[in-house]
Design a protein around this ligand. Sequence first.
Ligand code: PLP
Length: 474
Amino acid sequence: MKYISTRGQSPALSFSEILLGGLAPDGGLYLPETYPQFTDADLTAMRGMKYADLAFAILSRLIDDIPAVDLKAIIDKTYRADVYAYTRSGQDAADITPTLKLENNLYLLNLSNGPTLAFKDIAMQLLGNLFEYVLTKTGRTTNILGATSGDTGSAAEYAMRGKQGVRVFMLSPNKKMSRFQTAQMFSLQDDNIYNIAVNGVFDDCQDMVKAVSNDAEFKAKYKIGAVNSINWGRIVAQVVYYFKGYFAVTQNNAQKVSFSVPSGNFGNVCAGHIARMMGLPIDKLVVATNENDVLDEFFKTGVYRPRGSAKTYHTSSPSMDISKASNFERFVFDLVGRDSSKVRELWASVDSGGAFDIKPLLNKLADYGFVSGSSNHANRMQMIRDTYKKYAVTIDTHTADGLKVALECRDANVPMIVLETALPAKFEDSIIEALGSLPERPAALNGIESLPQRFDVMNFDVAEIKQYIMDRAS
Ligand SMILES: *Cc1c(COP(=O)(O)O)cnc(C)c1O
């Protein structure tokens, strides 16, 4: 299986060749040149598989340059019950992504039982093991440089801690993450993890990362890498739990299900689109946004109008506070019939700060199952209260966005699965606001705020971060 760029002007590469990189050289995103197809017989054989076996059945169709025995070992090491142990009582951690039935035809897919209590662990943990494998095999190293406002950075650090050949330099806005998120990241004592608290806001952190990455000479010399949401390895790992969720709520392959996905960078729901393209019987893919509703606007009007960071609202579902959906180009490539010159034309406008309008293709969106909606703070609070009252289940603010839109787009006869993208313990202040009490926290994480913390403070200074990396990366 080769991977091609959505912009059509980069050579096709194998999985291992694109694993450590970000954008294709032509500025596009990688996708498989064709989607492998799962037949009815394949689906029947996959039904009932354990998570790791299911992951192997899917990933081995997309990764053909890692020997099968090695890939199997990497997957088995990644999807172990003890890594995804923060299940609700009564659930089996061996399911990795268990489903929780709320009522007839309405479910949560619990994706957030991993070390950092957000769905990003599922993909990032695989990436950590794949990186280590590929780097060790080729005798290479990488210095991952990233900016985070919380979820991505912690998931990356927990996935990469202690990994051979990998160092992580993670910039976060000083004193702007929640106490819990700060404690999760800064309490890590691993030698290969560097936390840098920048005096500024998230955008300053991101600008520093961009400035370093734009210095091609420095980037090459210090092998600067990234694990951001456009990484194909992350998308591919996320495809697996759509299959897992589908099998959990159906008895046969004639049945269809819908998924509702709290969305920001369009990575998670893009994996759902790919699962559907590979033959998983998905009815609707519900794109749920918060007040940052660029994607909702697109799916309703055909107009994609990214907004600048100055127009990004800070909301109570902060991991969805994104106004430019970095994976969206992958879907549009399929939507325009994989016409890369068309994609280049559309993104010439986006990349220069503009918008595009593909209204004539609006009726085609239904062929791909996409529908959308958005919610605001009051909706989230109401949804958290309603869910607690009706089902005695506490959900976090992002999952609340997903559930709110799911209920609007639901068809009574089709099971609707809402992806639970974080556990409520991660966003305590919002839960106190909604329910008047603290959410349950996994016992192993009690007192995490009082552990010793390891981090360095820095001003917005590109020369200083470069020097910091140089001192530690040689
Ligand atoms: C990252 C994140 C999202 C958004 O996922 P995308 O793949 O960027 O669309 C939603 N919820 C939570 C809790 C997240 O951490």
